[in-house]
Design a protein around this ligand. Structure first.
Ligand SMILES: [Cu+2]
Length: 587
């Protein structure tokens, strides 16, 4: 009797120990990455790219939640390099940002990263040194979950988008410093002026032009760096290579979209197919079915499509400023292609993008004419006196009327000084807007308000305090920053370990900024309460005011920055210090 009872228990225990041992072995992955210079030919001319294991993008890494990874990264460049695991929660010393959390990887050296993977989803990794990411150091990173996912699919593909230039990225930056509009010469012409005047009247057209001129901005400035120098890539391939993903009709195909571009936002659609968005920034969301979505620089979105017909479908990733596109194909057999959709008009910036309310009376230039120098900015009032006709005159004027329920919040008296050339006088929530150029397409485009987490967040405490950060820039000198200061001038944000806080962004500039926080999650407050989505990058539209809630649960110094490579290089970065006495340092 005893024997019979005991034996199975013993066997069970042994099996259990064996299983533990096996899984521990299986879940310790070793990876070797070599950063080097490699000749590439993307545009028809031979250039040198910076590569990971000889390729652009580098190898897709595939980890498993719970795995302990060891990554040996060897630098064969003639300059220091680094690798950052974008969106992955790691100890501060494994984050790979030179000057903040580790030194760097010197030429000829090997750095060993080692940490346990505590999450799953679609991420990527890239160099965090200078403009090396633009030169080619980026790759997909997929983490399989420990538990089954809440959705099913038959096959999956990684779709990594990027922008390539044959120019040296340092020259690109130098040109932007000399003239911020260097790559943006779709400026409106005399022909446009006469056409607008015919349509809207001379007075409105003239005051519109004067207003933009006074702000030293141009309503067509959608992207700083454009298709003039960029070739847009899918998985490293230009459109003519027609990267193709195969399917059998009726299959559910998961596409893991990663925007690894240095500067380019893409609008993604697959004409003829609905897309079911199931993850954003690697996190499960309540599925949303859309025709199109915009992917900000550094974001990831997972979608499921179910092509039913035995034909090719075009995967179309149009640059937000419409200066080019990346193109791929979903097809039942190799060598097929489908027609390209028609090119759409490029978006035009609106009153809302300038952070103005409908009436446009609150318009006030910052930096150039702060209150002290110009106590009564009457000139701007005169120039902008016909607010309503101006917004009607802009081609996408409808955007200004798409205001969400929340009323605009008036900008305070601080114009943020010389590092800022403008303030958004009446910034407001734009979470329900799909973004410039997607307002009137007649199709369903994803908005941030659509993102609802699948499960409630783990920390349900309300925030104890608020920090307001203004995204600022001065186009004359191509400097970007927070609260009018570039990285080198700014004090770090000090947080107390474990505290819960709300961070409010006010975008005083006329451009979108994809803001990325290292080491901790940002819970975007999009009105979904405990189902607010958690993100590693939050895109902030021009003239927008939004907030996120976070738990400062990761001690150490962390970068917090705009993921547009040339904005970060021009100062749009802050250090976040999380420590036990953070409270004292930040009254
Ligand atoms: Cu930016």
């Amino acid at each position: 009797m005893r024997k019979k009872k005991g034996a199975p228990i013993k066997r069970g225990l042994l099996a259990f120990i064996a299983l533990l041992f096996a899984s521990a072995t299986a879940l310790a992955g070793e990876y070797r990455l070599v950063i080097d210079e490699t000749p590439v030919n993307i545009t028809g001319r031979e250039r040198t790219a910076m590569t990971i294991n000889g390729a652009v993008p580098g190898p897709a890494l595939r980890w498993r939640e719970g795995e302990e990874v060891t990554l040996q990264v060897t630098n064969r460049l003639r300059e220091p390099t680094s690798i950052h695991w974008h969106g992955v929660i790691v100890p501060n010393t494994m984050d790979g940002v030179p000057g903040i959390s580790f030194e760097n990887i010197a030429p000829g050296e090997t750095f060993t990263y080692r940490f346990t993977v505590k999450q799953s989803g679609t991420y990527w990794y890239h160099s965090h040194s200078g403009l090396q990411e633009q030169s080619g150091i980026y790759s997909p990173l997929i983490i399989d979950p420990a538990k089954p996912e809440p959705f099913q699919y038959d096959r999956e593909y990684v779709v990594m988008l990027s922008d390539w230039t044959d120019e040296n990225p340092e020259w690109v930056l130098a040109k932007l410093k000399k003239q911020s509009g260097y790559y943006n010469f779709h400026k409106r012409t005399f022909f446009d002026f006469f056409r607008d005047a015919r349509r809207n009247g001379w007075g409105a057209t003239l005051s519109d032009r004067l207003a933009w001129g006074r702000m030293r901005m141009d309503p067509t400035d959608i992207a700083d760096v454009t298709g003039y120098t960029y070739t847009f890539l899918i998985n490293g391939q230009p459109s003519k290579a027609n990267w193709t993903a195969l399917f059998k009709p009726g299959e559910r195909v998961r596409l893991r979209f990663i925007n690894a571009a240095s500067m380019t936002y893409f609008d993604l659609r697959i004409p003829g197919l609905k897309m079911e968005v199931v993850q954003a920034d690697g996190q499960n969301i309540q599925p949303v079915t859309v025709d199109e979505f915009r992917i900000a620089v550094s974001e990831t979105y997972d979608v499921i499509v179910t092509p039913q017909e035995d034909r090719a479908y075009t995967l179309f990733a149009e640059a937000m400023d419409r200066s080019g596109y990346a193109r791929g194909t979903l097809a039942p057999r190799p060598g097929m292609s489908a027609p390209l959709p028609e090119t759409r008009p490029r978006p035009i910036r609106t009153m809302a993008d300038m952070g103005m309310s409908e009436g446009a009376h609150e318009m006030k230039p910052g930096g150039k004419a702060p209150a002290a120098e110009d106590p009564m900015p009457g000139m701007e009032h005169d120039a902008m006196g016909h607010g309503d006709s101006i917004s009607d005159g802009l081609e996408n004027g409808a955007a200004t009327r798409m205001s969400s329920e929340e009323p605009p919040v008036m900008h305070g008296p601080d114009t943020h000084g010389r590092g800022n050339s403008m303030v958004a006088m009446a910034p407001r929530s734009r979470l329900r807007e799909p973004g410039a150029g997607l307002e009137n397409t007649g199709t369903r485009a994803l908005t941030y308000a659509d993102l609802r987490a699948l499960e409630p967040g783990y920390d349900r405490r309300p925030p104890e305090r608020e920090i307001e950060l203004h995204l600022t820039g001065n186009m004359d000198r191509y400097i970007w920053g927070f609260n009018g200061k570039k990285h080198s001038e700014a004090d770090p944000i000090r947080l107390r370990h474990g505290e819960r806080l709300r961070v409010i962004f006010v975008n005083d500039t006329m451009m979108e900024h994809p803001i990325h926080l290292h080491g901790m999650w940002m819970e975007l407050d999009n009105g979904n309460g405990e189902y607010n989505p958690r993100k590693f990058t939050i895109n902030v539209k021009p003239g927008e005011r939004l907030s996120f809630i976070m738990t400062a649960d990761a001690p150490g110094a962390w970068p917090f920055h705009c993921h547009l490579a040339y904005h970060m290089a021009s100062g749009m970065m802050l250090d976040v210090m999380v420590s036990d006495d953070g409270e004292k340092a930040h009254p």
